[in-house]
Design a protein around this ligand. Sequence first.
Ligand SMILES: [Zn+2]
Length: 299
Amino acid sequence: MVPLVFHPIYSQLALPARHRFPIQKYQSLKDKLIKSGVVEDSFWRPLPIEYAKINAAHSAFYVDSFLNGTINDKAIRRIGMPWSEQFVQRTLHAVGGTVLASQLAMEHGVALNLTGGYHHAFFDAGSGFCVFNDIILSAKEMLKKPGIDRVLAFDCDVHQGDGTALLASEDSSIYTVSLHCEKNFPARKQHSDLDFPLSRGMADDEYLHVVECAINLAFSTALPDAVIYDGGVDIHEADDLGYLQISTKGVYERDKLVFDACKRYGVPVVAVIGGGYQRDIDDLVDVHFQLFRAAGAVK
Ligand SMILES: [Zn+2]
């Protein structure tokens, strides 16, 4: 049984009407997994991440200002969601979810969080719907475990993992890889350990070839003891914010390449669902669902 991490609060955030963020997708994804035969016992409920753990990657001033609501308007606009007490609670649980999933992955080999992938969060600022960088925070927690000396952050969201890259830039124990559409947000890219900028309009065959090369190169170069995988689905051909042409089958095959490589190398992997912005929630959830099929959590 593959451990899955979920909290109803993931979808409990009031956003302005017509806000482009599909906040209901998390609950819909959980419902689809249950309908597809995943038992309730597979789900673990996260606690909010502790304050001291957030400070391992973020400035105390930034963390405090977000938690107590004194964060300024410009900083909140960069995050792209209005500040609220609900937003604070949702953020703490979502990030706590990836930390919990990473611990479960080390015990069970693989685990997934039904949110996560806040890869645009920097040391002292949030950006692009990301507040605190769950990928870096989870990597730091994993590195506390004996035998885990290097973590690979493998990011296949269509947007570059710029916050992750910068936060890990002086930390050789976290190896960052990003495969992203070159002409897309963020305009200013950072340097991951390995970057694969992809051209607009790229389709399945070419894309899957790059993914296969990238994961093999990442393993042979980084020799990681654990992997954090961002399986963002904004690479999908129907996505509103991506410019790639990847089919639903292509998403499944990408995720399978990553999980199979982790299995082959005998390395635990925690996966987060990352971005995905199709307006039709059922269609969007169907694409996110591929990650769970590829991980063997569901048929
Ligand atoms: Zn994205």
